[in-house]
Design a protein around this ligand. Structure first.
Ligand code: PNS
Length: 165
């Protein structure tokens, strides 16, 4: 029987409910979905990679066909190593499209057999990004309902460490 495995790559610093909504949709379409955290992002992360692995593992626990992994280097090398057939990415607004199109076409050039599949998260998350979550939280705003509970707890723990310093 042919099974289809997809890789959902990203920085996930932190995972948002928009990401999680995409995981839920991807888990319905693909036989297996791997949420893949990029290890060496140029961005200075708020959460370490092990912290992100823990949070995402907790958040995706209800989905038995979803796993969490990390990768370094080219995404397509990881896709081939995993023997996956697809790359899953979310598109929120038209502003995401250009960057996503460039990545999808570059990845296709590098690995013609790996198809990029775009899904749209629920529109109620269309304005939610990891960057805005960090910004709002750091300035004392509420991010409840926009990120999984496990992320809220970790953000609060980080804030406590910062105030204690
Ligand atoms: O969450 P992000 O930051 O939008 O995710 C971007 C990510 C991790 C998918 C992208 O930067 C990536 O795939 N990086 C790995 C390096 C690579 O393959 N670069 C060429 C892609 S065209």
């Amino acid at each position: 029987m042919n099974t289809v495995k997809a890789i959902y790559p990203g920085t996930f610093d932190p995972l948002t409910n928009g990401h999680l909504d995409l995981v839920a949709r991807g888990a319905k379409i693909f036989d297996h979905l791997v949420v893949a955290i990029l290890k060496n992002s140029e961005k200075a992360p708020l959460f370490s990679v092990p912290e992100r692995v823990e949070m995402i593992t907790e958040a995706v626990a209800p989905y038995c066909n979803v796993s969490v992994a990390t990768f370094d280097g080219l995404l397509v090398d990881f896709v081939l190593e995993q023997q996956a057939q697809a790359i899953l990415r979310g598109i929120r607004a038209i502003s995401d499209y250009e960057y996503e199109l460039q990545m999808a076409l570059m990845n296709r050039r590098l690995a013609p057999l790996a198809e990029t599949v775009f899904l749209m998260a629920d529109e109620k998350y269309s304005y939610v990004s990891s960057r805005l979550i960090k910004n709002v939280f750091e300035l004392g705003g509420s991010v409840d309902g926009l990120v999984p509970e496990t992320v809220v707890r970790r953000l609060q723990a980080k804030a406590q460490v910062t105030t204690a310093k």
